[in-house]
Design a protein around this ligand. Structure first.
Ligand SMILES: C=C(O[C@@H]1C=C(C(=O)O)C=C[C@H]1O)C(=O)O
Length: 360
């Protein structure tokens, strides 16, 4: 699949002067709750009301959504407020009900995106409609799988498309519920600049206090929209209570976000930027040159190890290097996380080089 201008026609047609805002509760709980939230959202920059109708929960025994009755509430909210509506669909039966209740946008959840069989089933169910489909990233950091799901919809004639970045599962505990791995959506934007990209900070954060920091990062990375879980009484929400915010906090948070231009147009700005960018180019040349030189020394060590029958991996030496580089990094205002990432990549390349020497 190639980038297509038509992907974003639906978004351009909304003629927004700010990023698209999709807001609403994690789950539709009652008619009263959903209508209350929808009416409050009408006074914010929200264009689309979201509500989970069927909730895929990690463990059984939790609230699994209102099911079909919730679609009636969603339809009523749309009639009363004029907001567009969206919900998650996870199989063909969900699609059929959502179509019947005139839901405008359907999103595919992270646990669905991982399964090409189910994505295909859903794609067949929306074939011939003019629905907007938003595909959340798969739970695992796999760009091809994410794009593969988008492609399945395009292949059945759906051209109003978009993707939602909700972060990736990790075994390690981090400050996030789902790790953002920003590099993946950046790669995606590079390949598909016209595919609308929407951030779901609620699921990345898993908590309220960092939602708008994540939104600001997304806007600085040229995201097109935000999907934020919003509830009239977040602490007592039936699902994902920790990460939901009130419509009033949504309004305040959105107001504080800085929307920057994608490019600067002033001549002085452009000149200064070019000067600094040539400095970066020069430094990047040096980095590559030094990496090449380091790998030549590594090749020589590989040759010696081969002659003397010594193993490639030397844990003690490797740990000494890491300790020294973390220290040096911190003296240069580089985070330990960054230094570790770079040096682990260098070590892997070094091992690959030595393997080649050993196998020759
Ligand atoms: C180059 C060596 O082999 C491996 C690679 C290292 C490196 O690239 O710095 C360090 C230790 C070893 O795991 C070595 O033994 O010094």
């Amino acid at each position: 699949m190639e980038n297509k201008k038509e992907f974003r026609n639906w978004l351009d047609a909304l003629e927004l002067s700010h990023p698209l805002v999709i807001a609403g509760p994690c789950s539709a709980e009652t008619e009263e709750q959903l209508l209350n939230i929808a009416h409050q959202l009408k006074n914010t920059k929200t264009s689309v009301l979201r509500a989970g109708i069927w909730k895929p929960r990690s463990r059984p025994g939790n609230f699994e959504g209102s099911g079909a009755p919730g679609l009636k509430w969603l339809q009523k909210a749309k009639q009363e407020t004029g907001l567009l509506t969206t919900t998650e669909v996870a199989n063909a039966a969900h699609v059929e009900l959502a179509l019947k209740h005139d839901v405008d946008i359907l999103w595919i959840g992270a646990r669905t995106t991982v399964s090409p069989f189910i994505v295909q089933e859903i794609a067949e169910a929306v074939r011939g409609t003019d629905k907007i489909i938003l595909v959340k990233n798969p739970v695992n950091p796999d760009l091809a799988l994410w794009l593969g799901a988008v492609e399945r919809f395009y292949a059945v004639g759906i051209s109003k498309l978009g993707v939602i970045h909700r972060g990736f599962s990790t075994y390690e505990k981090t400050r996030y519920r789902n790790n953002p791995e920003w590099q993946i959506p950046i790669d995606l934007q590079n390949k598909f600049p016209d595919l609308p990209l929407i951030l779901d900070p609620s699921h990345i954060a898993g908590r309220r206090d960092i939602i708008f920091d994540l939104c600001q990062t997304a806007l600085d990375l040229n995201y097109d929209g935000l999907m934020i879980e919003t509830h009239n009484d977040p602490d007592n929400a039936w699902s994902d209570a920790d990460q939901q915010i009130t419509p009033a906090s949504l309004k305040k948070g959105l107001h504080r976000l800085k929307i920057r231009k994608s490019e600067g147009d002033q001549i002085e700005f452009k000149n200064q930027l070019n000067t600094l960018r040539s400095q970066i180019d020069l430094i990047d040349d040096q980095i590559m040159d030094m990496m090449g030189k380091r790998m030549k020394v590594v090749d020589a060590i590989g040759g010696m190890k081969r002659k003397n029958n010594v193993a490639i991996l030397q844990v003690k030496r490797w740990n000494q290097i890491l300790d020294r580089m973390i220290q040096l990094g911190s003296e240069n205002q580089l985070s330990e996380e960054f230094v570790l990432k770079i040096y682990k990549a260098i070590h892997q390349e070094s091992i690959d080089h030595q393997k080649k020497v050993m196998d020759d």
